[in-house]
Design a protein around this ligand. Structure first.
Ligand code: VGL
Ligand code: ZN
Length: 217
């Protein structure tokens, strides 16, 4: 069992937005299943949480529709390197870009919006995909004395994985609560099995994959 210290442990709630759930614009299989799982964790041992919210302007450079001749899940080279293209999603101020209405936000102390710059995508909660522009989350966590981050949400193989990888590189103890996450698992074989590959890569970087039942209050 993993004992939670409510003062120095925090729950990270990544992109729990209807746009990433069945019926949304970029549906993650079973994406809606994370809502009750995250709510249970928010009602339990954790006293503090932060959330991220994918938040794109129309015509965002990560949208396939912004690149004539390209389709969702193709890749392009942008100024900062390779970028996977997506269906239009997480449109600023749309109902599907809100945090899911059933998410219990009472213990969410901070909401980080990301992907607002039309030219830069942003998977990680810490850093945009140019790997230069920071979100400020690291400074906030440091100022609050946070030492370990327990990640939940969507999508396991993109925003959760990139956030967890950056968190480990920044020196946090990092856990992914796998049953409170769901992944995209891109259909394009060039990308491999995104979920298993992410798990393998992150484990090598010291990230621990756990189940919610391993967490004690
Ligand atoms: C995400 C692709 C594009 C995610 C966000 O939340 O994992 N994936 N935008
Ligand atoms: Zn996005």
């Amino acid at each position: 069992m993993i004992a939670i210290d409510p003062a120095t442990d925090i729950l990270g709630v990544v992109d729990v937005q209807p746009t990433f759930m069945p019926g949304g614009e970029l549906p993650v299989p079973e994406g809606d299943a994370v809502v009750p799982a995250v709510n249970r964790l928010l009602a339990g041992p954790f006293r503090h949480a932060f959330a991220t919210q994918d938040w794109h302007p129309p015509g965002h450079s990560s949208f396939a529709s912004a690149h004539p001749g390209k389709a969702p899940y193709d890749t392009v080279t942008l100024a900062y390197g390779l970028q996977t293209l997506w269906p239009d999603h997480a449109l600023q101020s749309s109902a599907n870009a809100a945090l899911h209405p059933d998410l219990d936000t009472r213990r969410i102390d901070l909401i980080i919006r990301k992907g607002n710059d039309p030219a830069i995508d942003s998977y990680s909660a810490f850093m945009e995909n140019d790997r230069i522009t920071v979100t400020g989350l690291h400074g906030w966590l440091r100022a609050r004395g946070v030492r370990r981050i327990f990640f939940t949400g969507l999508a396991t193989d993109f925003c959760v994985a990139w956030s967890a990888e950056d968190a480990a590189a920044l020196g946090y103890g990092v856990f992914v609560i796998a049953d409170a996450c769901r992944g995209i698992g891109l259909p394009d074989p060039r990308h491999g099995d995104g979920i298993a590959a992410a798990r393998h890569r992150l484990t090598q970087r010291g990230v621990r994959w756990i189940g919610a039942e391993e967490i004690a209050g």
